[in-house]
Design a protein around this ligand. Sequence first.
Ligand code: PMP
Length: 283
Amino acid sequence: RTVYVNGDYLPENEAKVSIFDRSFLFADGVYEVTSVLDGKLIDFNGHMTRLARSLSELGFTYKADIDELLEIHRELVKRNDITEGLVYLQISRGSAGDRDFAIKDDTPATVVLFTQSKSLIKSPLAERGQKILTYPDVRWRRSDIKTVQLLYASLLKTEAAAKGADDAWMVLDGYVTEGSSNNAYIVTQDNVIVTRQLSNDILHGITRKAVLKCAEELQLKVEERLFTVDEVYAAKEAFSTSASAFVCPVAEVDGKKIGDGTPGPIAKRLREIYIEANRATAI
Ligand code: PMP
């Protein structure tokens, strides 16, 4: 696999980053994951807009050059012959050559990209529906910034898997925030799609925005508001969204069937429409 590090395209085993890199020592880095369908990038501009926001919220002096990043994404897709899969982009604040909590503003950023070939449209998980377990959300209260500080999400996902589930949804003060790496939704008994409103407590999903637009076009009712775990148990349907899993139906939460325990019609329809619409506008 060919990867990209700070201006160079290299075989993955030759790519190097300093052990003093702040993303390694302090999780001082941000990232984006963009899907590839038919060799083209899905909602690339959406991801770059959020990247710019993450960088600015953390006070990075590095400013993303979107045209240059697009060129690198495309070059890696080409070199690695990716027709379906992902491009991962990480920008770290770089290294001051030693370990220091205080941030020096003259460290040049470390820019790393790599690809993953992966079947996205055909998904056994989407076909059977996810099993979800709920856990407290104990992350720092800036979950809107897409940092590489993913340890809690990673531990939860591992714990859920050890208990035979597929993923974890997090709960803050009695209300669902989001999934370990996706946004969370329910469909109420009267067919209203409910998802938590944007705030510092969730990632502002690029797929969330696109899927809410699809829902609007299908004239489905949407409410962006808090919802409880009891509302999840009582829902007609549930699903999650992310760039890599698109819309992924939920079959079961905490051992309780959602609806009849199979993917619901609204989630399935949104998955189809989302893929169709975003495939058509991929670049
Ligand atoms: N929430 C969290 C915590 C995530 O990690 C992700 C995916 N990185 C999402 C939501 C979904 O965001 P997107 O649709 O932009 O992939």
